[in-house]
Write a protein that binds this ligand. Structure first.
Ligand code: HPA
Length: 269
């Protein structure tokens, strides 16, 4: 695995003179944020050695290197989900590469269902904790280069950035919360009782990504900021039939305001 990471890292380095320390992963419906990046180099995932290829609609996979809010950044437009059949090693491979490229701050975004009864569709939730209900991505051979075998998980998501994001959201008049993200494999959405169960165990929102990426990034010592766009509700009495298209459209609606919040935080790093 180390060899593959080194090969991919060297390839990406050879494509740019920029030395970004910030990376942003764009989730479902949030791809438009990429339009705000002054791109210096765009590399489709299929051109990157050892990268898996994204298969879901609404995630056209490319790595963008450029500048955003006055900072050099790498943007991953499109991610790899466990439900697509990738192994956890494949799902998190790009995160390892980001670290080897020198990334210190990782921004993660996703679309999620909200269990917290105070949430509305179109709100955002800055993640301050998670509950992992997927296979742990650290299961398997350990390489000391990656960090601890038994990583401490008491603060995975940077508290200061959550606070800043909440302040920035108030300025943007964006309805925002902080809360706990429950990571599930999907691809089924939840039954009403599953939503209820996730609420009882302490979850505020549920989705099918982010947690494996955050675990790897945290093990490797990155500062993490993650945001969920609430695209549907798993609140008793307010559950409606949903589809991937509805999730995508709801996320797209929030993207313009969320872009401003993210750019304020990036500018302040
Ligand atoms: N459940 C799981 N994943 C999701 C949801 C949901 O309700 N909405 C968007 N992604």
């Amino acid at each position: 695995m180390l060899e593959a990471i080194n090969e991919t890292t060297s390839f990406i380095r050879s494509q740019t003179n920029l030395q970004p320390e910030i990376a942003i992963i764009l989730g479902t419906g949030l791809g438009k944020i990429a339009d705000e990046i002054r791109a210096e180099k765009v590399i489709p995932y299929e051109k990157i050695p050892n990268f898996p290829v994204s298969t879901v609609e609404g995630h056209d996979g490319k790595l963008i290197i450029g500048t955003y809010a006055g900072k050099d950044v790498i943007v991953l437009k499109g991610r790899f989900h466990f439900y697509e059949g990738y192994t956890m090693e494949e799902v998190t491979f790009p995160i390892r590469v980001l670290k080897f490229l020198g990334i210190k701050n990782l921004f993660i975004s996703n679309a999620a269902g909200g269990m917290n009864p105070d949430f509305e569709v179109g709100d955002v939730m800055f993640i301050n904790d998670h509950i992992n209900l997927m296979p742990n991505p650290l299961i398997g051979k350990h390489f000391p280069e990656f960090g601890d075998r038994f990583p401490d998980m008491s603060e995975v998501y940077n508290r200061k950035l959550v606070r800043k994001a909440l302040e920035s959201s108030t300025r943007q008049q964006l309805r925002a919360h902080k809360g706990c993200y429950v990571g599930v494999t999907g691809p089924t959405l939840e039954t009403p009782k599953e939503y209820e169960y996730f609420r009882i165990i302490g979850g505020d929102a549920v989705g099918m990504s982010t947690v494996p990426e955050a675990i790897i990034a945290h093990q490797m010592g990155m500062t993490i900021f993650a945001v969920s766009v609430i695209t549907d509700l798993g609140v008793p009495g307010r559950i409606e039939k949903i589809s991937h298209e509805i999730v995508q459209q709801a996320a797209e609606k929030v993207a313009p305001k969320l872009v401003k919040v993210i750019s304020e935080i990036v500018a302040g790093l």
